[in-house]
Design a protein around this ligand. Sequence first.
Ligand SMILES: Nc1nc2c(ncn2[C@@H]2O[C@H](COP(=O)(O)OP(=O)(O)OP(=O)(O)O)[C@@H](O)[C@H]2O)c(=O)[nH]1
Length: 304
Amino acid sequence: MPQSFIKLHTTLLSILLFMLFLALLVVFQLGTLKPAVDIDWVDSVAEGGIAFMTLIWLLTTLIMRPKGTVTNLLFFGLSAMHITLLLDFLDEFFTFSKHHSWLSSLEAFPAVVGMILMSLAMYYWGQEQRVLNHLLTKKERFYRTHGLHDFITGLYRADYMKRQIEQELIKLANTSNCFCIALFDIKGFALFNQRYGSIRANNLLFDIGQIITLNLRNTDLACRFASDRFIVLLPNTSHLEATYITKQVANMVAQHTPYDQNQAKTGFSQVHWHCVEAADTDTLSNLLTELNQGLEQQKRATTV
Ligand SMILES: Nc1nc2c(ncn2[C@@H]2O[C@H](COP(=O)(O)OP(=O)(O)OP(=O)(O)O)[C@@H](O)[C@H]2O)c(=O)[nH]1
Protein backbone atom coordinates (compact mmCIF):
# COMPACT_ATOMS: atom_id res chain seq x y z
CA MET A 1 0.00 0.00 0.00
CA PRO A 2 1.35 3.52 -0.73
CA GLN A 3 2.98 5.12 2.29
CA SER A 4 4.35 8.61 2.97
CA PHE A 5 7.95 9.00 4.15
CA ILE A 6 7.70 12.76 4.83
CA LYS A 7 7.90 12.34 8.64
CA LEU A 8 11.39 10.83 8.24
CA HIS A 9 12.67 14.02 6.61
CA THR A 10 12.26 16.71 9.29
CA THR A 11 15.97 17.60 9.05
CA LEU A 12 15.85 18.00 5.25
CA LEU A 13 12.63 20.04 5.51
CA SER A 14 14.30 22.34 8.09
CA ILE A 15 17.32 22.76 5.78
CA LEU A 16 14.95 23.64 2.90
CA LEU A 17 13.12 26.24 5.01
CA PHE A 18 16.47 27.72 6.14
CA MET A 19 17.76 27.95 2.53
CA LEU A 20 14.52 29.61 1.37
CA PHE A 21 14.65 32.05 4.28
CA LEU A 22 18.28 32.91 3.49
CA ALA A 23 17.55 33.45 -0.23
CA LEU A 24 14.56 35.71 0.55
CA LEU A 25 16.53 37.61 3.21
CA VAL A 26 19.42 38.34 0.82
CA VAL A 27 17.05 39.54 -1.94
CA PHE A 28 14.94 41.70 0.40
CA GLN A 29 18.04 43.18 2.09
CA LEU A 30 20.09 43.91 -1.02
CA GLY A 31 17.42 44.53 -3.65
CA THR A 32 15.04 47.41 -4.35
CA LEU A 33 11.45 46.70 -5.32
CA LYS A 34 10.70 47.67 -8.95
CA PRO A 35 7.76 49.96 -9.72
CA ALA A 36 4.73 47.95 -10.95
CA VAL A 37 5.01 49.41 -14.50
CA ASP A 38 8.51 47.92 -14.90
CA ILE A 39 7.38 44.39 -14.08
CA ASP A 40 6.94 41.94 -16.94
CA TRP A 41 3.94 40.03 -15.60
CA VAL A 42 3.90 37.31 -18.27
CA ASP A 43 7.55 36.50 -17.56
CA SER A 44 6.87 36.59 -13.80
CA VAL A 45 4.02 34.08 -14.04
CA ALA A 46 6.12 31.72 -16.21
CA GLU A 47 9.20 31.91 -13.95
CA GLY A 48 7.09 31.67 -10.79
CA GLY A 49 5.36 28.59 -12.22
CA ILE A 50 8.69 26.87 -12.96
CA ALA A 51 10.01 27.64 -9.45
CA PHE A 52 6.76 26.37 -7.91
CA MET A 53 6.93 23.10 -9.90
CA THR A 54 10.48 22.35 -8.68
CA LEU A 55 9.19 22.84 -5.12
CA ILE A 56 6.42 20.29 -5.83
CA TRP A 57 9.01 17.80 -7.21
CA LEU A 58 11.12 18.37 -4.09
CA LEU A 59 8.23 17.68 -1.72
CA THR A 60 7.09 14.67 -3.79
CA THR A 61 10.61 13.22 -3.51
CA LEU A 62 10.45 13.51 0.28
CA ILE A 63 6.96 11.97 0.40
CA MET A 64 7.84 9.03 -1.87
CA ARG A 65 11.37 8.09 -0.81
CA PRO A 66 12.89 6.68 2.40
CA LYS A 67 16.09 8.18 3.89
CA GLY A 68 19.35 7.46 2.08
CA THR A 69 22.02 8.65 -0.35
CA VAL A 70 19.75 8.87 -3.42
CA THR A 71 17.14 10.88 -1.48
CA ASN A 72 19.82 13.25 -0.12
CA LEU A 73 21.32 13.81 -3.57
CA LEU A 74 17.88 14.37 -5.14
CA PHE A 75 16.95 16.72 -2.30
CA PHE A 76 20.08 18.90 -2.50
CA GLY A 77 20.07 18.81 -6.33
CA LEU A 78 16.43 19.87 -6.60
CA SER A 79 16.87 22.44 -3.79
CA ALA A 80 19.79 24.07 -5.60
CA MET A 81 17.78 24.20 -8.83
CA HIS A 82 14.81 25.61 -6.92
CA ILE A 83 16.95 28.37 -5.38
CA THR A 84 18.20 29.42 -8.85
CA LEU A 85 14.66 29.47 -10.24
CA LEU A 86 13.38 31.35 -7.18
CA LEU A 87 16.10 34.01 -7.56
CA ASP A 88 15.26 34.24 -11.24
CA PHE A 89 11.61 34.81 -10.31
CA LEU A 90 12.43 37.44 -7.67
CA ASP A 91 14.67 39.15 -10.21
CA GLU A 92 11.47 40.17 -11.98
CA PHE A 93 10.41 42.23 -8.93
CA PHE A 94 13.74 43.54 -7.57
CA THR A 95 16.65 45.53 -8.98
CA PHE A 96 20.12 45.36 -7.50
CA SER A 97 22.59 48.25 -7.23
CA LYS A 98 25.99 48.02 -8.97
CA HIS A 99 27.53 46.90 -5.64
CA HIS A 100 25.25 43.87 -5.50
CA SER A 101 25.06 43.00 -9.19
CA TRP A 102 27.06 39.81 -8.30
CA LEU A 103 23.76 38.42 -7.00
CA SER A 104 22.26 38.41 -10.52
CA SER A 105 25.51 36.99 -11.98
CA LEU A 106 25.69 34.14 -9.44
CA GLU A 107 22.00 33.33 -9.79
CA ALA A 108 22.64 30.37 -12.15
CA PHE A 109 25.42 28.88 -10.03
CA PRO A 110 23.20 26.80 -7.68
CA ALA A 111 21.49 25.24 -10.73
CA VAL A 112 24.85 23.97 -12.06
CA VAL A 113 25.68 22.42 -8.67
CA GLY A 114 22.09 21.04 -8.56
CA MET A 115 22.45 19.36 -11.96
CA ILE A 116 25.74 17.72 -10.94
CA LEU A 117 24.07 16.39 -7.75
CA MET A 118 21.03 15.19 -9.73
CA SER A 119 23.31 13.35 -12.19
CA LEU A 120 25.01 11.57 -9.26
CA ALA A 121 21.54 10.76 -7.87
CA MET A 122 20.57 9.19 -11.23
CA TYR A 123 23.68 7.00 -11.13
CA TYR A 124 22.89 5.63 -7.65
CA TRP A 125 19.17 5.45 -8.47
CA GLY A 126 20.06 3.22 -11.43
CA GLN A 127 21.87 0.82 -9.07
CA GLU A 128 18.89 0.84 -6.68
CA GLN A 129 16.52 0.17 -9.60
CA ARG A 130 18.52 -2.89 -10.68
CA VAL A 131 17.78 -4.50 -7.29
CA LEU A 132 14.09 -3.51 -7.49
CA ASN A 133 13.83 -4.86 -11.06
CA HIS A 134 15.13 -8.21 -9.81
CA LEU A 135 12.42 -8.29 -7.10
CA LEU A 136 9.76 -7.50 -9.73
CA THR A 137 10.83 -10.24 -12.18
CA LYS A 138 7.91 -12.58 -11.42
CA LYS A 139 5.40 -9.76 -11.00
CA GLU A 140 5.79 -8.20 -14.45
CA ARG A 141 7.06 -9.17 -17.90
CA PHE A 142 8.89 -6.67 -20.13
CA TYR A 143 6.25 -3.96 -19.63
CA ARG A 144 5.61 -1.61 -16.67
CA THR A 145 2.24 0.09 -16.38
CA HIS A 146 1.06 1.59 -13.10
CA GLY A 147 -2.63 1.79 -14.00
CA LEU A 148 -2.95 -2.01 -13.79
CA HIS A 149 -1.48 -2.43 -10.28
CA ASP A 150 -3.37 -3.98 -7.39
CA PHE A 151 -2.25 -2.06 -4.31
CA ILE A 152 -3.34 -4.73 -1.79
CA THR A 153 -1.10 -7.50 -3.12
CA GLY A 154 1.51 -5.43 -4.97
CA LEU A 155 0.86 -7.59 -8.07
CA TYR A 156 -0.64 -6.60 -11.39
CA ARG A 157 -4.37 -7.13 -11.90
CA ALA A 158 -6.17 -9.56 -14.24
CA ASP A 159 -6.07 -7.16 -17.24
CA TYR A 160 -2.26 -7.28 -17.27
CA MET A 161 -2.37 -11.10 -17.25
CA LYS A 162 -4.97 -11.16 -20.04
CA ARG A 163 -2.63 -9.14 -22.29
CA GLN A 164 0.24 -11.52 -21.52
CA ILE A 165 -1.89 -14.61 -22.22
CA GLU A 166 -3.00 -13.10 -25.55
CA GLN A 167 0.67 -12.66 -26.51
CA GLU A 168 1.46 -16.25 -25.49
CA LEU A 169 -1.48 -17.50 -27.61
CA ILE A 170 -0.06 -15.67 -30.65
CA LYS A 171 3.37 -17.22 -29.92
CA LEU A 172 1.77 -20.66 -29.54
CA ALA A 173 0.08 -20.35 -32.95
CA ASN A 174 3.39 -19.35 -34.58
CA THR A 175 5.96 -21.50 -32.78
CA SER A 176 4.07 -24.31 -30.99
CA ASN A 177 5.67 -23.24 -27.68
CA CYS A 178 3.32 -24.78 -25.11
CA PHE A 179 2.31 -22.80 -22.03
CA CYS A 180 0.08 -23.30 -18.99
CA ILE A 181 -1.96 -21.11 -16.69
CA ALA A 182 -2.90 -21.88 -13.09
CA LEU A 183 -5.57 -20.41 -10.82
CA PHE A 184 -5.38 -20.31 -7.00
CA ASP A 185 -8.35 -19.55 -4.75
CA ILE A 186 -7.92 -19.01 -0.98
CA LYS A 187 -9.99 -21.49 1.04
CA GLY A 188 -12.59 -19.92 3.38
CA PHE A 189 -11.47 -16.34 2.74
CA ALA A 190 -14.95 -14.90 3.45
CA LEU A 191 -14.82 -16.54 6.89
CA PHE A 192 -11.30 -15.17 7.48
CA ASN A 193 -12.59 -11.70 6.60
CA GLN A 194 -15.50 -12.04 9.01
CA ARG A 195 -13.41 -13.41 11.86
CA TYR A 196 -10.29 -11.23 11.66
CA GLY A 197 -11.41 -8.12 9.75
CA SER A 198 -10.48 -6.68 6.38
CA ILE A 199 -7.02 -5.34 7.37
CA ARG A 200 -5.83 -8.82 8.43
CA ALA A 201 -7.54 -10.27 5.37
CA ASN A 202 -5.74 -7.78 3.11
CA ASN A 203 -2.47 -8.75 4.78
CA LEU A 204 -3.23 -12.39 4.03
CA LEU A 205 -3.84 -11.52 0.37
CA PHE A 206 -0.47 -9.73 0.31
CA ASP A 207 1.32 -12.65 2.03
CA ILE A 208 -0.15 -15.25 -0.31
CA GLY A 209 0.74 -13.12 -3.36
CA GLN A 210 4.36 -13.02 -2.09
CA ILE A 211 4.50 -16.77 -1.35
CA ILE A 212 3.19 -17.56 -4.83
CA THR A 213 5.77 -15.34 -6.55
CA LEU A 214 8.62 -16.64 -4.35
CA ASN A 215 7.89 -20.21 -5.42
CA LEU A 216 7.76 -19.56 -9.16
CA ARG A 217 10.57 -19.57 -11.71
CA ASN A 218 11.98 -16.27 -13.06
CA THR A 219 10.12 -16.78 -16.33
CA ASP A 220 6.68 -17.19 -14.69
CA LEU A 221 4.26 -14.38 -13.91
CA ALA A 222 1.77 -14.06 -11.02
CA CYS A 223 -1.15 -11.57 -10.93
CA ARG A 224 -4.17 -11.04 -8.71
CA PHE A 225 -7.12 -12.36 -10.71
CA ALA A 226 -10.13 -11.21 -8.66
CA SER A 227 -11.24 -11.18 -5.02
CA ASP A 228 -9.28 -14.03 -3.34
CA ARG A 229 -7.98 -15.54 -6.59
CA PHE A 230 -4.48 -15.42 -8.09
CA ILE A 231 -3.50 -16.41 -11.62
CA VAL A 232 -0.09 -17.64 -12.80
CA LEU A 233 1.32 -17.84 -16.33
CA LEU A 234 3.94 -20.56 -16.93
CA PRO A 235 5.50 -20.03 -20.38
CA ASN A 236 7.30 -22.87 -22.22
CA THR A 237 5.92 -25.39 -19.73
CA SER A 238 4.19 -28.75 -20.19
CA HIS A 239 1.10 -29.63 -18.16
CA LEU A 240 3.12 -32.14 -16.11
CA GLU A 241 5.76 -29.56 -15.12
CA ALA A 242 3.12 -26.88 -14.47
CA THR A 243 1.13 -29.22 -12.21
CA TYR A 244 4.28 -29.99 -10.20
CA ILE A 245 5.08 -26.26 -9.76
CA THR A 246 1.46 -25.35 -8.91
CA LYS A 247 1.22 -28.14 -6.32
CA GLN A 248 4.50 -26.99 -4.78
CA VAL A 249 3.19 -23.40 -4.56
CA ALA A 250 -0.03 -24.64 -2.86
CA ASN A 251 2.07 -26.64 -0.36
CA MET A 252 4.16 -23.56 0.46
CA VAL A 253 1.01 -21.44 1.00
CA ALA A 254 -0.28 -24.11 3.41
CA GLN A 255 2.96 -23.76 5.45
CA HIS A 256 2.27 -20.06 6.03
CA THR A 257 1.15 -18.96 9.49
CA PRO A 258 -0.59 -15.57 9.56
CA TYR A 259 -0.34 -13.63 12.87
CA ASP A 260 -2.34 -10.67 14.19
CA GLN A 261 -0.88 -7.55 15.87
CA ASN A 262 -0.79 -9.39 19.24
CA GLN A 263 1.36 -12.09 17.62
CA ALA A 264 -1.52 -14.59 17.91
CA LYS A 265 -2.03 -17.06 15.07
CA THR A 266 -4.98 -15.83 13.02
CA GLY A 267 -6.02 -19.05 11.31
CA PHE A 268 -5.61 -20.79 8.04
CA SER A 269 -3.85 -20.21 4.79
CA GLN A 270 -4.72 -22.80 2.17
CA VAL A 271 -5.65 -22.65 -1.49
CA HIS A 272 -7.68 -24.58 -4.05
CA TRP A 273 -5.85 -24.68 -7.37
CA HIS A 274 -6.25 -25.79 -10.95
CA CYS A 275 -3.92 -25.72 -13.92
CA VAL A 276 -4.58 -25.97 -17.69
CA GLU A 277 -2.40 -26.18 -20.78
CA ALA A 278 -3.30 -23.92 -23.72
CA ALA A 279 -4.04 -25.47 -27.11
CA ASP A 280 -3.40 -23.59 -30.37
CA THR A 281 -7.16 -23.54 -30.99
CA ASP A 282 -7.81 -21.76 -27.65
CA THR A 283 -8.90 -18.15 -27.26
CA LEU A 284 -8.33 -16.08 -24.14
CA SER A 285 -11.95 -16.36 -23.13
CA ASN A 286 -12.34 -20.12 -23.49
CA LEU A 287 -8.99 -20.71 -21.76
CA LEU A 288 -10.16 -18.66 -18.76
CA THR A 289 -13.56 -20.40 -18.78
CA GLU A 290 -11.84 -23.80 -18.79
CA LEU A 291 -9.62 -22.68 -15.90
CA ASN A 292 -12.52 -21.33 -13.82
CA GLN A 293 -14.68 -24.40 -14.44
CA GLY A 294 -11.83 -26.73 -13.52
CA LEU A 295 -11.28 -24.84 -10.28
CA GLU A 296 -14.99 -24.93 -9.40
CA GLN A 297 -15.03 -28.69 -10.04
CA GLN A 298 -11.96 -29.14 -7.88
CA LYS A 299 -13.59 -27.05 -5.06
CA ARG A 300 -16.77 -29.14 -5.21
CA ALA A 301 -14.77 -32.37 -5.16
CA THR A 302 -12.81 -31.36 -2.05
CA THR A 303 -15.82 -29.98 -0.11
CA VAL A 304 -18.06 -33.07 -0.68
N1 LIG B 1 -10.29 -8.01 2.80
C1 LIG B 1 -10.64 -8.16 1.54
N2 LIG B 1 -11.66 -8.96 1.20
C2 LIG B 1 -11.97 -9.12 -0.09
C3 LIG B 1 -11.31 -8.45 -1.11
N3 LIG B 1 -11.85 -8.79 -2.31
C4 LIG B 1 -12.84 -9.66 -2.03
N4 LIG B 1 -12.93 -9.87 -0.69
C5 LIG B 1 -13.83 -10.75 0.03
O1 LIG B 1 -13.39 -12.09 -0.24
C6 LIG B 1 -14.48 -12.96 0.00
C7 LIG B 1 -14.48 -14.04 -1.07
O2 LIG B 1 -15.51 -14.90 -0.77
P1 LIG B 1 -15.69 -16.31 -1.47
O3 LIG B 1 -15.53 -16.14 -2.95
O4 LIG B 1 -16.94 -16.91 -0.95
O5 LIG B 1 -14.43 -17.12 -1.03
P2 LIG B 1 -14.22 -18.17 0.14
O6 LIG B 1 -14.82 -17.78 1.43
O7 LIG B 1 -12.75 -18.40 0.15
O8 LIG B 1 -14.98 -19.42 -0.39
P3 LIG B 1 -14.30 -20.67 -1.06
O9 LIG B 1 -13.45 -20.12 -2.18
O10 LIG B 1 -15.46 -21.47 -1.57
O11 LIG B 1 -13.46 -21.36 -0.02
C8 LIG B 1 -15.75 -12.11 0.04
O12 LIG B 1 -16.18 -12.03 1.38
C9 LIG B 1 -15.28 -10.73 -0.43
O13 LIG B 1 -15.97 -9.69 0.22
C10 LIG B 1 -10.23 -7.57 -0.73
O14 LIG B 1 -9.56 -6.93 -1.56
N5 LIG B 1 -9.94 -7.46 0.59
